[in-house]
Design a protein around this ligand. Structure first.
Ligand code: IMP
Length: 429
């Protein structure tokens, strides 16, 4: 079956943009199924850089692009991102872009709440992107969200906003914040409704029709599996499910339609925001990874924390997302290091374990157990065949495959799309 899910197998920022773009050319439909504009996907095509946050990457290739019900949609951001892409010459019309009518909206009150929680001294600082993602998902599961389709029914929009504000104004009173009026939210939504409604559709139906017609569907995951609300480093996670299983629920196409799960995996580890990071390096090597890897957030400009490759975590992700094969990225960032360490297990209270425990306290206590490999002096950057790689680099890749129990199906050796070594085409597997 020729449908592929792309997921980040670490904490996001694994280099999904390039791989998704590469696969988009082979796909007929590209689907976002979770998260929102907290994502940051960079595509470089013919030297031009496109930065996407909410819109599926397939748009840049002119492919049918779909925002599924599992995504939280900030309508104002949607309009801005569409305009930005158009200014770069990309055609964005309802022929090529659809939004699920049952997707929940992110409102200004969500953004405000996200920022207040992050900046305040009360509560736990997560290091969110402050885009309102968490508060919007809370309203979704709380059954009081305003959804995209509500914009098409202005007569019943007001009572829905009133119901939502009953909750939010109670919260705001408790926090000492000014209450929000129904009018302000109503205005905020009606001023943008006409710009988003032409794109609204029954996404589950389009996808099923496309599947039956033999189309190749690519599911574009955002963030990474370790930020999953159930399986990640809770509570230092995002508010959606980021594991591959969410592609089905977040799009309305059942799980039997999925053939291949590609886990995008960086040759070392990075993380943005707070939370446990057993292999984090606070030394010259960490600095090397950060500088050479240009580890700065696409959308937020925040520096990413860096560390050695953690095979325990990736192996866990391979299992929780049912990963078929990985695309290994940024191997060249390790070029020139004398030796390279790989975390093969953890020590927890004197015991060796081969998994990340669920307890927040235990996650903070685990210590990495490393194996050390010899580094390589020659460059791997731009290699397009295994023969062009130094022997030690091949050894490193093979060692990772062995540790995580899944093959490398693609090896990306630079941001350029053709600098890729293909072992298996996920669409042909
Ligand atoms: P939120 O998704 O904005 O609520 O942020 C929750 C956590 O997920 C924070 O640690 C963020 O830094 C992280 N996060 C959210 N989106 C991304 C992403 O696209 N890449 C990497 N980390 C992300």
């Amino acid at each position: 079956m020729a449908n592929v899910i792309v997921v980040g197998s670490q904490w996001g920022d694994e280099g999904k943009g390039k791989i998704v773009d590469w696969l988009s050319e082979r796909a007929d439909v590209i689907v976002r199924y979770q998260g929102g504009h907290n994502a940051g996907h960079t595509l470089v095509i013919d030297g031009v850089s496109y930065k996407l946050a909410l819109l599926p990457s397939g748009l840049v290739r002119g492919k049918l692009s779909v925002i599924g019900n599992g995504v939280v949609v900030d309508p104002h951001h949607f309009v801005t991102e569409v305009e930005k892409l158009r200014a770069q010459g990309v055609e964005v019309t309802p022929e090529v872009l659809r939004i699920a009518e049952n997707a929940p909206l992110i409102l200004s009150l969500h953004r405000e709440l996200d920022a207040i929680r992050e900046d305040g001294s009360a509560g736990l600082k997560i290091g969110t992107t402050k885009r309102g993602i968490g508060p919007a998902y809370e309203d979704k599961v709380g059954r009081r969200a305003i959804r995209v389709i509500d914009l098409a029914e202005p007569e019943s929009l007001r009572p829905k906003i009133e119901r939502l504000l009953t909750h939010h104004n109670a919260l705001r009173r408790g926090m000492g914040l000014a209450e929000i009026s129904v009018d302000s939210i109503h205005n905020e939504l009606t001023e943008v409704a006409d710009k988003i409604l032409p794109y609204v559709d029954q996404v589950w139906k389009i996808l099923d029709d496309k599947r039956k017609a033999g189309a190749r569907i690519l599911f574009e995951g955002a963030q990474g599996a370790l930020l999953d609300n159930d399986h990640g480093t809770y509570p230092f996670v995002t508010s959606s499910n980021t594991v591959a299983g969410q592609a089905a629920a977040g799009s309305g196409l059942g799980p039997t339609a999925i053939g291949y799960v590609l886990g995008i995996t960086k040759a070392y580890t990075t993380r943005v925001g707070e939370g446990p990071f057993p292999c984090e390096l606070d030394d010259a090597i960490g600095e090397h990874l950060s500088t050479v890897g240009r580890e700065v957030g696409v959308n937020t400009g925040r520096s990413r924390r860096c560390g050695w490759f953690d095979a325990v975590l990736v192996k866990q992700t391979v299992r929780t997302s049912g990963i078929t094969g990985i695309a290994l990225t940024k191997l060249d960032v390790l070029d020139g290091l004398d030796e390279i360490k790989v975390c093969v297990a953890y020590e927890l209270d004197g015991k060796r374990i081969d998994y990340l425990p669920a307890s927040m306290d235990a996650q903070a206590r685990v210590k990495p157990i490393y194996e050390t490999l010899e580094g390589w002096k020659d460059t791997t950057a731009g290699a397009r065949s295994w023969n062009e790689l130094p022997a030690q680099a091949v050894k490193y890749v093979r060692y990772i495959e062995e540790l995580i129990g899944t093959p490398v199906s693609m090896l990306s050796t630079s941001p350029e799309r053709d600098d890729t070594i293909l072992v298996t085409d996920p669409f042909q597997d």
